[in-house]
Ligand binder design. Structure first.
Ligand code: URA
Length: 237
């Protein structure tokens, strides 16, 4: 079904319009409309576990054969992540869903389509950024990740970040935000601020699956993306 949708330009434009985004052209006034705090919140980083010899091949092979938690028994395949391994932007979602588990790629369902359009709205493509998830395996029936699963996968995410060295991390949705920032604060309290994860700025955005259900939050999603863009710009000096 989603393959058909991917080619449907009209629907794509409708998504953007539903988000309150003027198609293709970010508004010049968007920054001045933004009433977001630039307060910086620092999360405690996990100890570094990256082996001295770490590289993408080693890491990818480890993830593909991972049996650290029971999700390995129910997955079709692992979902390592995709995109530019030297990206300025690293996007971190929650966990693969059914389509991602089938295809081995992150964000390929309807939420992924909207994520692609959100990126396009800020002038970026999926190929330019690196997209991954907190969990590399699909939880059965898309349930929330369990603490031991997050813990098992944590090392992989840390190593991905270290190899990429992104200028910004977008935490996509509540679970990704709470996990990266080691907090149980609701997403509404985490968005609109610049946090850090291993010294990299983190901006929290609404999950596109949530936006598909709650289009009333569309404007906030746009502001979150603007905050992320502004943060990268500011840090470039
Ligand atoms: N939702 C996520 O958080 N990640 C995916 O890869 C797909 C849907």
């Amino acid at each position: 079904m989603w393959r058909l949708i991917l080619d449907n330009t009209t629907l794509r434009l409708q998504y953007l319009e539903a988000m309150g985004i003027d198609v293709w052209l970010p508004r010049a006034s968007a920054h001045s409309e933004q009433a977001l705090s630039s307060e910086t919140v620092t999360a405690n980083a996990e100890p570094e576990t990256t082996p001295a010899t770490d590289n993408w091949d080693v890491l990818q092979t480890e993830v593909a054969s991972c049996t650290k938690c029971t999700l390995c028994k129910t997955r079709t395949q692992t979902v390592f992540g995709s995109g530019n391994k030297q990206a300025d932007w690293m996007l971190v979602g929650e966990a693969p869903g059914q389509h991602e588990d089938e295809q081995g790629l992150p964000f390929v369902g309807n939420a992924g389509l909207l994520l692609t359009e959100m990126l396009r709205a800020i002038g970026m493509t999926r190929e330019e950024v690196f997209i991954t998830n907190i969990l590399k395996c699909r939880p059965p029936n898309n349930r929330d990740p369990h603490a031991n699963e997050v813990e098992s996968c944590n090392d992989y995410l840390q190593r991905q970040q270290k190899l990429i060295q992104p200028k910004i991390i977008l935490a996509i949705g509540r679970i990704a935000a709470q996990t990266l920032l080691k907090t149980d604060k609701p997403l509404a309290r985490l968005r609109g601020k610049v946090h850090t994860f291993n010294n990299t700025p983190v901006v929290v955005v609404y999950h596109p699956a949530y936006l598909l259900r709650s289009l009333s939050e569309k404007r906030k999603a746009w502001l979150d993306l603007q905050l992320a863009m502004q943060t990268v710009k500011d840090n470039e000096g």
